[in-house]
Design a protein around this ligand. Structure first.
Ligand code: IPD
Ligand code: CA
Ligand code: CA
Ligand code: CA
Length: 281
């Protein structure tokens, strides 16, 4: 088995540098524009941070491939091959960043032969650093992470996020899913505006489950390694194996809670990351 620890060290250094760029930009006036829909925001900092991360990694690893949210939006093919591939969300929580709502992260994942090998997520507001390497555990600021061991869904706190589709029919399904989970019953359902940080809360045991339709491979790549290394489960919303490009996920501390969430969900259909470049919200 190849040792990717040098890649983890490099990813941590770059995530910290990227985080500093985001931290100083949050206090400045922002250039905000929209992409696929009026609520799909992007700022010059999203572009700047992605450029910083990819150019630094490319210099270190010239043969590696890259998938990044803003490069994909600009037309670079979103393709996961067997080659070592970095999967980057330069700012996760752009809407939060625009409002200075303190839930914003830099997310860097790395896959080889389509297997996720490592993940680094940096919370830009409170400086929390989540890291994991396959087979070597997950950590928050160097302290080992452990998912919640709760098996009873009636004692679960559930997290979700709203995808890009906001038409009435999609929102009805979205609200229907929340209603079913609230009345399962569970302790509650939360939306924080950052998929990657919500997933980190599953890894740390602060919440029991997460589900979302409409996220992208860069929202889940790093977090999936962190959750699995913290002892948790990451899967498709049907309960089958996770497909990074499928734009849907369920994650949970225990298989029992994951199965309960899966049973409640009515699907929302999104195009795939690797075949539907027009829907890269
Ligand atoms: C978005 C956020 C949001 C989630 C969306 C993501 P972005 O990422 O994580 O919470 O609902 O699905 O696309 O665009 O801010 O990187
Ligand atoms: Ca994101
Ligand atoms: Ca983003
Ligand atoms: Ca975005």
């Amino acid at each position: 088995m190849e040792d990717w620890s040098h890649c983890l060290d490099v990813a941590v250094q770059i995530a910290l540098r990227a985080g500093q760029v985001v931290q100083s930009a949050v206090k400045q006036e922002k250039q905000v524009s929209s992409k696929s829909t009026p609520t799909d925001l992007v700022t010059e900092t999203d572009h700047q941070v992605e450029e910083l991360i990819i150019s630094t990694l490319r210099e270190k690893y010239p043969t590696h491939r890259f998938i990044g949210e803003e490069s994909s939006a600009a037309g670079v093919k979103c393709e996961l091959t067997d080659d070592p591939t970095w999967i980057i969300d330069p700012i996760d929580g752009t809407c939060n960043f625009v409002h200075s709502f303190p839930m914003v992260a830099v997310s860097i994942g790395f896959a080889v032969r389509k297997e996720l090998e490592l993940g680094v997520i940096y919370h830009c507001f409170d400086g929390t650093l989540y890291t994991a390497r396959k087979g070597h555990g997950a950590f928050c600021n160097g302290v080992r992470l452990q998912v919640s061991k709760e098996k009873d869904v009636s004692k679960a706190l559930i997290l979700t996020e709203i995808g890009a589709k906001r038409d009435p029919a999609t929102l009805d399904i979205f609200l229907g899913n929340m209603k079913k989970l609230l009345s399962a019953p569970t302790h509650g359902v939360r939306i924080i505006g950052s998929s990657t940080l919500a997933l980190c809360h599953i890894a740390s045991g602060a919440a029991e489950a997460y589900y979302q339709y409409g996220l992208h491979c860069w929202d889940i790549a790093a977090a999936a390694v962190i959750i699995r290394e913290a002892g948790g489960h990451v899967m498709d919303t049907t309960g089958g194996p996770l497909d990074l490009m499928s734009r849907r996920v369920v994650a949970a501390g225990t298989r029992e809670i994951a199965d309960c969430v899966v049973k409640q969900l009515q699907p929302i259909n999104y195009g795939r990351d690797d075949t539907d470049p027009d829907d890269l919200a």
